[in-house]
Design a protein around this ligand. Structure first.
Ligand SMILES: NC(=O)c1ccc[n+]([C@@H]2O[C@H](COP(=O)([O-])OP(=O)(O)OC[C@H]3O[C@@H](n4cnc5c(N)ncnc54)[C@H](O)[C@@H]3O)[C@@H](O)[C@H]2O)c1
Ligand SMILES: O=C(O)CC[C@@H](O)C(=O)O
Length: 387
């Protein structure tokens, strides 16, 4: 029997995929797996039982990845599962910033008792007029799941699209419309573009990536869109530029005291992934990842351990070993198993950064004493007997 808990509401269509071998619990200390959306986990005590955290979404800045890795907790996310939801809201943001749609709607509401509203509106509408997005230059910073969808859809809408991503995946590169112009110096986007949208993860290296200098390079008519994370942008500098007339609009999906109500800021309450479809997609993917890891030991879409997938075990047993990515580990495991007269039927060991994961299928059951010896190997983080 496995136990899981949800740190945020997770769509039922995903949770229904847990079989009757799973029970929902309320305390993370009793859980084998935790499902999370945006809950802050950095200061949470995770407990010894926890084996997996699945982020039903893309960004994992709310999860202590290294601390989890050191405790042998595999963190998963659901790449691409909410990308279309975010893409659609980015275009809503572009349109909201291009004309004063919010101001226009407010005006109508304020004048709802005016019997001549239709006539008055014709006089007032110039106050809410703006520009079109067709023919404008859009700079996309980060061409992953969301950025690539935004870039391609913008081409379809007749925009001239510039894309910047020094680490682009092969899959994303293949998916990009050939009309997207490849930019190698992000400053070209700041200088040239009418709309600038950022879709990178929040990391130490990307924090305040759009800083005061970047903002100073932008056209005074530029519109900046941030549906990734607020800390990616120096928002104090944005607000200063907006009030000085050096920038046209800032659209953000992350409300905070700096931007909400500030001149030129259009802020939504972290709505990017809040669609039925995105929530369902994320929940389904997260539950599948958790089940595959708990039941088969397979890792797919982890952000702190490498992928390692041997399918379902067809031999007498399977052991999973999370370990440091250092030399000589496999030789020690096979020596210990050999000394216990256990034949290794199949073995796969993968490394990523500081951490590695070995899956070992064996032809006979492994006794507790042998498992204890594997646990004692220097560099081993966690040993699981999966079957
Ligand atoms: N508003 C929302 O509700 C919402 C929903 C989903 C994702 N997000 C945010 O959007 C981010 C992107 O999501 P995604 O699904 O596209 O992720 P992704 O991992 O598919 O894409 C991120 C891309 O950023 C690129 N990148 C990394 N560092 C870069 C840098 N310094 N310069 C340029 N490119 C860089 C990567 O190479 C990758 O292609 C997430 O990390 C999350 O923070 C927000
Ligand atoms: O869960 C959400 O609603 C937000 C998700 C989003 O920020 C993400 O990074 O995937």
């Amino acid at each position: 029997m496995f136990q899981y808990m949800c740190l945020n509401p997770i769509a039922g269509v995903g949770l229904n995929l847990f079989s009757n071998q799973y029970e929902k619990v309320d305390d993370i200390k009793n859980a084998d797996a935790a499902l999370v959306r945006s809950a802050a986990m950095h200061d949470m005590e995770l407990g010894d039982r926890l084996l997996a955290v699945a982020r039903a979404g893309a960004g994992v800045n709310n999860i202590p990845l290294d601390k989890c890795a050191e405790q042998g907790i595999v963190v998963f996310n659901t790449p691409g599962a909410n990308a279309n939801g975010v893409k659609e809201l980015v275009f809503a943001g572009m349109l909201y910033a291009s004309r004063d749609i919010v101001g226009g709607i407010d005006w109508c509401l304020k004048n709802q008792d005016d019997e001549n509203i239709a006539k008055t509106a014709e006089k007032q509408k110039k106050n809410f007029a703006g520009t079109e997005i067709q023919g404008k230059k859009l700079g996309v910073i980060g061409l992953g799941a969301i950025g690539a969808l935004v870039a391609n859809a913008a081409i379809e809408l007749g925009m001239e699209v510039y894309g910047y991503d020094p680490y682009i995946s092969i899959q994303a590169a293949w998916s990009l419309n050939r009309s997207v112009k490849h930019v190698t110096n992000v400053e070209d986007i700041y200088k040239e573009c009418d709309f600038i949208t950022i879709h990178v993860p929040l990391l130490d290296s990307t924090k305040k990536m759009i800083d005061a200098k970047a903002i100073s390079l932008m056209k005074p008519t530029a519109i900046v869109l941030n549906f990734a994370r607020d800390l990616l942008v120096d928002e104090e500098a944005i607000v200063d530029a907006l009030s000085a007339g050096k920038l046209r609009k800032y659209v953000s999906d992350f409300p905070n005291p700096t931007t909400v109500g500030a001149k030129g800021c259009i802020v939504t309450p972290h709505l990017g992934a809040s669609t039925e479809e995105s929530e369902d997609n994320c929940a389904i993917m997260a539950v599948r990842e958790v089940r595959d890891y708990l039941e088969n030991g397979n890792i797919v879409h982890s952000v702190n351990f490498p992928a390692n997938n041997m399918g379902a075990c067809t031999t007498a047993g399977r052991i999973g070993i999370l370990h440091k990515n250092v030399a000589g580990m496999i030789a020690q495991y096979t020596t210990i198993l050999g000394a216990a007269n256990v034949n290794v039927a199949d073995l796969s060991d993968k490394g990523k950064g500081d951490y590695a994961y070995a899956l070992i299928d064996v032809d006979s059951p492994v006794d507790e004493e042998t498992i204890a010896k594997l646990r004692e190997v220097d560099g081993v983080i966690r040993v699981r007997v999966i079957k």
